[in-house]
Design a protein. Structure first.
Length: 345
C-alpha cells in the first residue's frame, strides 16, 4: 500500500497532560498550492510541552502536535509550480516552516512569517507534524537536498538559534556567551561558530556541559562566567536571574539577546541600559533566510549538528512528552523518526 493510501498514526492532544496515538484515515485530495510530505523526522520542544501540559491557551484538544519536522515530498498539487515552491519534485527532502501566515503583509513579504498578525502555528493552532504524512502549503517548504532524512526535524530549532545570534549582532572575532546548553543554546553555539565567534556556555547540568565541550565551546557551571567583558550574550532561559547574569557578563556597549520564554518579571532596571549603553533585544522564531542557513548546517552535519537523542516510532512520543514535561530533559535534542530509516532514507 502506498504512503498516500495507508492509514497512518498521528499523535493527538487530548487535554492537559494527555496525548494519544490515533490511527487516521487516508488523507483526501490535495488542495490548491499544497504538498504532501511523508514525515521522516520530528523534534519535541518546549512549545509541545506547553501545549501538552495545558499551559498554552491556544491549544485545542484533538489537534495533532508537533511543529519541528521535515520529510520527503510524496505528492503535490497541479498548481504548485506557480506558488512559490517552483521546482519542488516528488522525493525531494524538505523541512517545513510551521508558521502559516497570510503571505501578503509586509512581514510576510520580507520573509518574516512569525511576525504576521494572522500567523497560525502548526501543532498548536493547526494539525502539526507528529503524524505519518502531512499536507502543507508549498510556500512553507525549505529544501534540504542530500541531508540525512532523520535530521530534518533539526532545521526549525536550529533556525531559532541562527536568528538569535543574528539579533545579537555577533560577528567574526566576537566573544559570545550563551545561557543554557539545551537545543536552542546549542543551536546558538553552532551558528556562532559558523560566524567565527568565540563561545562560552553557562549550563548547570554536567551532562550537557560535556556535550557543549565537544563542540569546541567553553562550558561553565552556573555562576562561573570566566569573562565579564563579552561582546554579546544570548539568554535561552529568559528568567530574571539569567537576564541579570547576562547583563553582568556583557561589556559596556554590548548586546543581550533574550530568546527564552519565561513568565517572571525579568526586565532590567533602566539605569544599566542607559549608563552602560547596553542593547537589549528579543528574538522570536526566525525568518525564511534563517531557515535556509539552518538547512545548510543540517546538510553538512546531519545528526551531528547538535547533540541528539534519537527515538524510533511516533507511538513513543506520548512517553517522551511525559518524560520531558516531568523535567527529565536528556543530553540533547529529542528527535523522533516515525520508522527505522537510514541516513539516505
Amino acid at each position: 500500500m502506498s504512503d498516500e493510501a495507508a492509514v497512518h498514526t498521528a499523535i493527538v492532544w487530548g487535554g492537559p497532560r494527555h496525548a494519544r496515538a490515533e490511527e487516521r484515515t487516508p488523507p483526501g485530495p490535495l488542495g490548491p498550492g499544497a504538498v504532501r510530505v511523508r514525515v521522516t523526522s520530528a523534534g519535541v520542544c518546549g512549545t509541545d510541552i506547553a501545549v501538552w501540559s495545558g499551559q498554552a491557551a491556544r491549544g485545542r484538544p484533538g489537534t495533532v502536535l508537533g511543529h519541528e519536522f521535515g520529510g520527503r515530498v510524496i505528492a503535490r498539487a497541479d498548481d504548485v509550480a506557480g506558488v512559490g515552491a517552483a521546482g519542488v519534485a516528488i522525493h525531494d527532502l524538505v523541512a517545513v516552516d510551521p508558521n502559516v501566515s497570510c503571505g501578503t503583509c509586509a512581514h510576510c513579504g520580507r520573509g518574516h512569517r512569525a511576525r504576521c498578525a494572522g500567523r497560525r502555528l502548526m501543532g498548536v493552532d493547526l494539525d502539526g507534524g507528529f503524524q505519518r504524512t502531512v499536507d502543507v502549503p508549498a510556500a512553507q517548504l525549505v529544501p534540504v537536498p542530500g541531508a540525512d532524512p532523520r535530521a530534518l526535524g533539526l532545521v526549525e530549532p536550529l533556525a531559532v538559534g541562527v536568528h538569535a545570534v543574528a539579533r545579537a549582532g555577533v560577528a567574526d572575532g566576537d566573544r559570545l556567551g550563551v545561557i543554557g546548553g539545551g537545543p536552542i543554546g546549542m543551536a546558538s553555539v553552532v551558528e556562532a561558530r559558523r560566524r567565527g565567534a568565540d563561545r562560552t556556555v553557562l549550563e548547570s547540568d554536567e551532562t550537557r556541559r560535556t556535550a557543549v565541550a565537544r563542540t569546541g565551546a567553553a562550558a561553565v557551571a552556573a555562576g562561573g562566567w570566566p569573562d565579564r567583558g563579552l561582546d554579546a550574550v544570548v539568554d535561552t532561559v529568559g528568567r530574571a536571574a539569567t537576564v541579570r547574569a547576562a547583563l553582568d557578563a556583557v561589556r559596556d556597549g554590548g548586546t543581550v539577546c533574550v530568546v527564552g520564554l519565561s513568565h517572571d518579571d525579568h526586565l532590567p532596571p533602566p539605569d544599566q541600559l542607559v549608563r552602560r549603553e547596553l542593547t537589549l533585544v528579543g528574538s522570536f522564531c526566525y525568518s525564511t533566510a534563517d531557515l535556509r542557513v539552518a538547512a545548510q548546517l543540517v546538510i553538512g552535519q546531519g545528526l551531528d549538528t547538535v547533540p541528539v537523542e534519537l527515538t524510533t516510532g511516533l507511538e513513543r512520543i506520548p512517553g517522551l512528552l511525559d518524560r520531558i514535561g516531568g523535567g527529565r530533559m536528556g543530553r540533547g535534542k529529542a528527535l523522533v523518526v516515525p520508522r527505522a530509516e537510514g541516513p539516505t532514507g
